[in-house]
Design a protein around this ligand. Structure first.
Ligand code: PLP
Length: 273
């Protein structure tokens, strides 16, 4: 596969990043996953805005967005696929072992990831660990994802593809790589950003296009919600048919099915909404 690394398209087998890169040694980095349809990135402007916000949150230099756009175009052209997800990684770069950054500047990698559409429904589990809604990294899309790796492994042990977190005050927050929505009495609700969830781009578009409300929700809402669905760049809108031991008989339910339809139609009509 052809990837972009620090200014040029390269073969992924021979591309090299320093073993002292801070992305590797201390998880000092940020990333974006961008859907690409027929070689065109979806909602790229929103992803680049969030990349810049995450960089500023970590105190990394602003990414050169012209280079990032060129990198995305080059990787998509070199790896043609009807559907793909670009993975943009931007790290603190080569530095000393320890938490102080070096002075060689950041590393930028753009590669192509998952090229298949996820199923329309899935099972999820809740995990006993909490998201910290007031941490230094809250709301930033950093590469410090080991907590998500652990939670996702727990989900897989239970035949599920996503794990949902509550926050430190017992509110519903988000999944390891997705936002969560619930349907209560025909209305769609999703946790607000102060729950500690990531400002998901799919979440934002789905909320705008369906009129979903931002509501503080107890984690227990998952036991009684009429319908539950997830949103993310990898999943689009994905209905939940099981949460822990609870089966939701008809998934996707009518409200979720409508949200899926609206998202598919609107996102197909506007590549950079
Ligand atoms: N929450 C977390 C923790 C994520 O990692 C992601 C995406 O990777 C999301 C939510 C969904 O965000 P988006 O819709 O922008 O893909």
């Amino acid at each position: 596969m052809k990837i972009w690394l620090d200014g040029a398209l390269r073969d992924s087998d021979s591309a090299r990043v320093s073993v002292f890169d801070h992305g590797l040694t201390v998880g000092d980095g940020i990333f974006e996953t961008v859907k690409a349809v027929d070689g065109r990135p979806f909602a790229l402007t929103r992803h680049l805005d969030r990349l810049t916000r995450s960089a500023r949150g970590l105190g990394l230099p602003d990414p050169d967005l012209d280079e990032v756009r060129r990198a995305c175009a080059a990787v998509l052209e070199a790896n043609p696929a009807p559907l793909g997800r670009l993975r943009l990684t931007y790290t603190g770069g080569h530095g000393p072992l320890g938490s102080d950054r070096g002075d060689k500047g950041p590393t930028l990698v753009v590669a192509l990831g998952e090229t298949t559409r996820r199923p329309d429904t899935t099972a999820v589990v809740t995990v006993p660990w909490t998201r910290n809604e007031r941490g230094a990294l809250t709301g930033l899309k950093t590469t410090s994802y080991a907590e998500n790796v652990v939670a996702l492994a727990r989900a897989h042990e239970h035949g599920a593809t996503e794990a949902l977190f509550g926050n430190t005050v017992g509110q519903l927050c988000e999944g390891t790589g997705s936002n969560v929505f619930v349907v209560l009495d025909g209305e769609i609700h999703t946790p607000p950003l102060h729950s500690g969830c990531l400002a998901g781009i799919t979440r934002r578009l789905v909320a705008e296009w369906t009129g979903a409300k931002e509501t503080d929700l107890p984690l227990d809402v998952l036991r009684e919600a009429d319908e539950i669905f997830l949103t993310s760049t990898l999943r689009d809108v994905q209905a939940v048919h099981r949460v822990d031991d609870r089966e939701l008989s008809a998934a996707p339910g009518p409200v979720t099915a409508k949200a899926m339809r609206i998202f598919d139609e609107r996102s197909a009509a506007d590549i950079d909404p």
